[in-house]
Design a protein around this ligand. Structure first.
Ligand code: NAD
Ligand code: MG
Length: 401
């Protein structure tokens, strides 16, 4: 029987790599493709669905439905549109699901997939950051197995194979430091969108690339690691490693460190999740240590990257503080992309909203549901909007200058 697979966020950076790997491993002959999803890029979505002979293609954008239908005319692929259709497609039985939508928008479809079981390959770190307990609980109830796809967490997962959880002393997340690793705060204050998107090592979607420049991506990954590997906050460390060759490390109580290394190519982590529990040949470059010559490590500078401190605060608060951190971060990122705030303003906005909403969010227990998470996400976004209105008013009256 062919393995049934679904890919949510198929048209994105992780999604396209996933489609390519599935095609390299036999495509529609080897896999029964249940559902593919995208947003505005319906031409690509339709092309992927035709090539993989998918049963359903869903665009989350209702207005794109006519274009998707037209692009699928004459094929056997069923077209669907809207957020409800997306969740319904995620609930269709599948043996393996890639969760690669960007942002908290990936949470509801991820939960629907978790509830019906199979392997949940999780690139969408936001669902663990915002609702880790809920997602893990849903996986347990549905009999789903969560396999991390974020390169650092895939590395840790690989380093932990065959080890005992109680013997782990620390988890060491590596961070490239992004494009502004060596920039001064004054330079960062003037950073443009194009500069923030230009990641030195990894080719990724626009939003995660900017998150790498602020190090909010690493901040989310600290919370993600805490959820995935069930460690205490002070057991998660971050070290800057500009080459991105060591994808992350685990330290054990005997002082031993196990690291996973590889080229900075997401097909490594995606392919590992696709073939888990086995390993299959992957079309990635092989490391040449003689050519590498050196690997560097340095501490992260908290003054230039306040995101890491904000992650620590969210961890210390617990509860649903991660939903506030992420919601505020998503809204601040929208504002930066729209040219409405500067690069350093993003962390200031998140800090402001965390101060106001963090303690309330922390009161939620591990049994909090999707509604509570989404209400906090909305409140955090409103908090950013209000703060920006206040800043604009302040600028006019000179209060903030
Ligand atoms: P991307 O922006 O390239 O693609 C996002 C996908 O989600 C697209 O298919 C898009 O159509 C869809 N989408 C966007 N908004 C949506 C919405 N509101 N509702 C439903 N679908 C929507 O993103 P990406 O870089 O592939 O990242 C995807 C996820 O994987 C993110 O959570 C990111 O943090 C994580 N991740 C990515 C990489 C990487 O190399 N790109 C590495 C590690 C983790
Ligand atoms: Mg990562």
């Amino acid at each position: 029987m062919r393995r049934r697979v679904s890919i949510f966020g198929a048209t994105g950076s992780v999604g396209c790599n996933t489609v390519a790997l599935i095609e390299a491993q036999g495509g529609a002959e080897a896999y029964e493709v249940v559902a593919l999803s995208g947003a505005g890029n319906v031409a690509l979505l339709a092309e992927q669905a035709r090539r993989l002979r998918a049963r359903i293609a869903v665009t989350v954008t209702p207005g794109c439905y006519p274009a998707l239908r037209a692009a699928l005319a004459g094929s056997s692929v069923e077209a669907a549109a809207g957020a409800e259709a997306l969740v319904a497609a995620a609930a269709e039985p599948a043996d393996w699901t890639m969760s690669a939508i960007v942002g908290v928008a990936g949470l509801a479809p991820g939960l629907a997939a978790a509830a019906r079981g199979g392997v949940l390959a999780l690139a969408n770190k936001e669902s663990l950051v915002c609702a880790g307990d809920l997602l893990k609980r849903t996986c347990a109830a549905g009999g789903a197995t969560l396999i991390p796809v974020d390169s650092e967490h895939s590395a840790i997962f690989q380093a932990l194979r065959g080890e005992r959880g109680g013997e782990v002393e620390r988890i060491i997340l590596t961070a490239s430091g992004g494009p502004f690793r060596d920039w001064s705060r004054a330079q960062m204050a003037r950073a443009t969108l194009a500069q923030a998107v230009a990641h030195p090592n990894w080719t990724m979607g626009q939003r995660i690339s900017i998150d790498s420049a602020t190090m909010f991506n690493k901040a989310l990954e600290v919370l993600e690691a805490k959820q995935l590997f069930d460690v205490a906050p002070d057991q998660v460390e971050v070290v800057v490693h500009p080459q991105s060759v060591v994808h992350s490390m685990v330290g054990f109580r005997d002082g031993a460190i196990i690291a996973q290394l590889g080229p900075s190519d997401m097909r490594g982590a995606i392919g590992f999740a696709l073939n888990w529990p086995r390993r299959a040949p992957l079309p990635v470059a092989r490391l040449d240590f003689a050519a590498l010559a050196r690997l560097d490590f340095a501490p992260a500078d908290p003054a230039r990257f306040p995101a890491l401190r904000l992650a620590r605060e969210a961890l210390a608060l617990g509860g649903l503080a991660g939903a506030v951190l992420n919601g505020a971060k998503e809204a601040a990122l929208d504002a930066f992309i729209a040219g409405r705030v500067g690069f350093l303003d993003m962390a200031d906005l998140v800090e402001h909203v965390m101060e106001r909403l963090g303690a309330d969010a922390a009161r939620h227990g591990a049994d909090a549901g999707l509604d509570a998470v989404m209400a906090l996400d909305a409140a955090a976004r409103r908090g950013v909007a209000e703060r920006m209105d206040g800043m604009a008013l302040g600028a006019r009256t000179g209060v903030w200058s």
